[in-house]
Design a binder for this molecule. Structure first.
Ligand code: CCH
Length: 287
């Protein structure tokens, strides 16, 4: 068992579970990134509620939000890490796992600090459902959701580049498929494909509408969500799609900054980096 605060030991254990030959495209990384994002993306800057503190997804009221369907796989996967390092909070473990997964997938280094606490009950998460984005909607919706978290247009586009990783699962969101050919490798490929391929509207057998592209040569089928396509059709978003597609370094730099900001939503720290809005008696340590 590692001593309290030994985040390097936790990182090592997270790294060790990323390779999952039987799961999806062979890596647990993408679903861990999604867990980190959904644990943070509930933040509301006006009411200062939600965010990465608390690990509210352990409770039905938040974990059972249809937007969080499938994330139990990620949480279950991390249980052995929690068992080996019981001092770490779930809120820290989930966000740290997202950082480690991104870096191990070849992404930029993401600044991360510990100290989050876990809610002791669900009393603070009553109004949390419906705060995550709906992939069937367009740019007005994206702005409503992400401005509420405190992000601007450039940051919304940079964050969307995470869709280079992973895939959609019919039994989770209803959408099907992957955005890029190599969905376990972080890159700016999502932006390149979004702006250069001829995306066609597709209706799945379930009636769900998304966009598709079939590469006849390789017989590869790729997809985009309606919310991804909305980035292309919007004057404020589209220039950033082009910039990130053309400049991987710029995308990596901006993504690292905005993902670090996402992980800190709802966290207040003093000048020593210690979290001051604690939700239980245990927290407050720093990395
Ligand atoms: Fe996302 N995302 N996401 N997404 N997402 C899905 C999967 C992933 C939206 C909808 C969906 C971000 C933003 C948005 C990931 C990271 C981020 C799925 C499929 C839907 C639907 C879920 C399934 O079926 O398993 C919408 C709408 C938005 C609006 O902007 C942001 C921001 C991030 C991170 C920074 C990752 C990674 C996945 C793949 C998960 C996996 O299991 O492979």
């Amino acid at each position: 068992m590692s001593p309290k605060g030994d985040f390097a030991a936790v990182r090592k254990d997270i790294k060790a579970l990323l390779n999952q030959p039987e799961y999806d495209d062979g890596s647990a990384g993408p679903v861990l990134v999604r867990l980190a994002w959904h644990s943070s993306g509930t933040y509301d800057i006006r009411t200062d509620t939600g965010g990465s503190n608390g690990a509210g997804m352990r409770y039905e009221i938040e974990g059972g939000d249809p937007a969080n369907a499938g994330l139990q796989h990620a949480r279950v996967l991390l249980e052995p890490v929690k068992a080996a390092h019981p001092w770490i909070t779930y809120a820290d473990l989930w966000t740290l796992a997202g950082k480690v997964a991104l870096e191990e997938a070849g992404g930029p280094e993401i600044a991360w600090q510990g100290g989050r606490t876990d809610y002791v009950d669900d009393s603070k998460i009553k109004e949390i459902r419906g705060r995550l984005p709906d992939a069937a909607q367009g740019s007005d919706h994206l702005r409503n959701i992400f401005y509420r978290m405190g992000f601007n247009d450039q940051e919304i586009v940079a964050l969307s580049g995470a869709h280079t990783l992973g895939r959609c699962h019919g039994d989770r969101s209803g959408f099907e498929g992957k955005w890029v050919n190599n969905p376990t490798r972080f890159s700016n490929q999502y932006f390149k494909l979004l702006s250069t391929l001829e995306w066609e509207p597709r209706t799945l057998a379930s009636g769900v509408k998304q966009f598709g592209y079939t590469d006849e040569d390789t017989e590869t089928e790729l997809m985009m969500l309606p919310s991804d396509m909305a980035l292309l059709a919007d004057k404020g978003f589209e220039p950033w799609v082009k910039k990130y597609g053309a400049d991987k370094e710029l995308f990596f730099k901006d993504f690292a900054a905005v993902f670090a900001k996402l992980m800190e939503l709802g966290i207040k720290r003093n000048e020593r980096g210690e979290v001051t809005n604690l939700d239980n008696e245990k927290g407050g340590y720093i990395s």
